[in-house]
Design a protein. Structure first.
Ligand code: UDP
Ligand code: MG
Length: 314
């Protein structure tokens, strides 16, 4: 097998012991059928189950094709993919999930789109199989994202079965950000992206690594990482509220002169005050999200730590 394969498949793994064997069987089956040279890079993102040993065993089965990056802890799905990106040897790079929610049989479709000259192939999930609350959150999220970040043209940013050219992958690696959202980052560098539909299955085994809170954090990362929209909204809102308050002060002042001192309406004043305090707190929170990112970047701690890599030297 050549040390410069045509395809690199990058797969983050977090507690997927129940899926890995089936993934290996279906993925290698689909890739062998495609007839292109390939490598598969798994990143074990701090799994607490047997995923680590299983990946080692998969590497021993096909040492020239299967490479395993072992993290020193849990650094998140996107960092796991980034670690794979740092080491890819192929020309076309494909990311996918380990839980078989993305069908490996659709990789051929992505490769065809890349060969047609695109540098990024986005995907949307056809007949998406997820819990109702995930579907609802996702639908709203995609709407808000399209509104806040009109430049990110994609129907469904949650589907990770995607393809990128090696140039785009190298650019993504060079950014070195501590938190990121790979599909959005890729699109910011793409010159000729396209989108295709791929299948989606419900999780056959194991469970999602994302809790509801995890998903909220994940979306903040996406928004603060790629848009200043929330800050700009607060500047505008702040201006409107100041104008309104000024008009209100003038109104109260005139009443003080014309009508004289009044004590009624204290509760109304409190309601208005609470509302304004709420807005201020929200604004502080939004600002804090950005400051948190700046803090992470200036600390310059490693964004992930690799314990060891199982691979054949090229
Ligand atoms: N994953 C990871 N690190 C994490 C969370 C998830 O490497 O901290 C991997 C996981 O093993 C899977 C992919 O990222 O291959 C998507 O995760 P999951 O299926 O839990 O997310 P969902 O499909 O529910 O969005
Ligand atoms: Mg999944």
């Amino acid at each position: 097998m050549s040390s410069h394969p045509y395809l690199s498949i990058v797969i983050p793994v977090h507690n997927e012991e129940e899926s890995l064997e089936e993934l290996y069987r279906r993925l290698t089956g689909a890739l062998d059928k495609l007839g292109k040279t390939y490598e598969i890079i798994f990143t074990n993102d701090g799994s607490k189950d047997r995923s680590g040993e299983m990946l080692k065993e998969l590497h021993e089965r096909r040492p020239s094709q299967i490479r395993v990056i072992e993290f020193n802890g849990n650094f998140g799905q996107h960092m796991a993919i980034m670690a794979g990106f740092e080491r890819v040897r192929g020309q076309i790079v494909i990311t996918m999930d380990a839980d078989l929610q993305n069908p490996p049989e659709d990789i051929g479709k992505l490769v065809a789109a890349m060969e047609a000259g695109h540098d990024v192939v986005n995907t949307h999930r056809e007949g998406r199989q997820d819990t109702w609350w995930r579907l609802t959150v996702s639908r709203w999220h995609n709407k808000v994202r399209a509104w806040m970040m009109p430049k990110l043209v994609m129907e469904d940013e949650g589907c990770m079965l995607r393809a990128y050219s090696r140039e785009i992958v190298d650019l993504m690696v060079s950014t070195g950000e501590a938190t990121t959202f790979i599909p959005a980052l890729a699109l910011s560098y793409a010159t000729n992206p396209t989108e295709v539909g791929v299948g989606h299955a419900s999780r056959a085994a194991g469970e999602s690594s994302y809790s509801f809170y995890g998903l909220i954090r994940y979306n903040f990362d996406l928004i603060t990482g790629f848009s200043l929209f929330p800050l700009q909204v607060f500047t505008l809102l702040g201006m409107l509220v100041s104008l309104g308050s000024f008009a209100f002060v003038v109104f109260l002042f005139l009443r003080r002169i014309i009508v004289g001192p009044e004590v009624e309406g204290v509760f109304t004043l409190f309601a208005i005050l609470f509302f304004l305090i709420g807005i201020v707190l929200l604004g502080l929170g939004v600002t804090g999200e950005y400051i948190g990112r700046i803090y992470q970047e200036v600390r310059k701690r490693p964004r992930f730590i690799v314990r060891h890599v199982l691979e054949e030297k090229n």
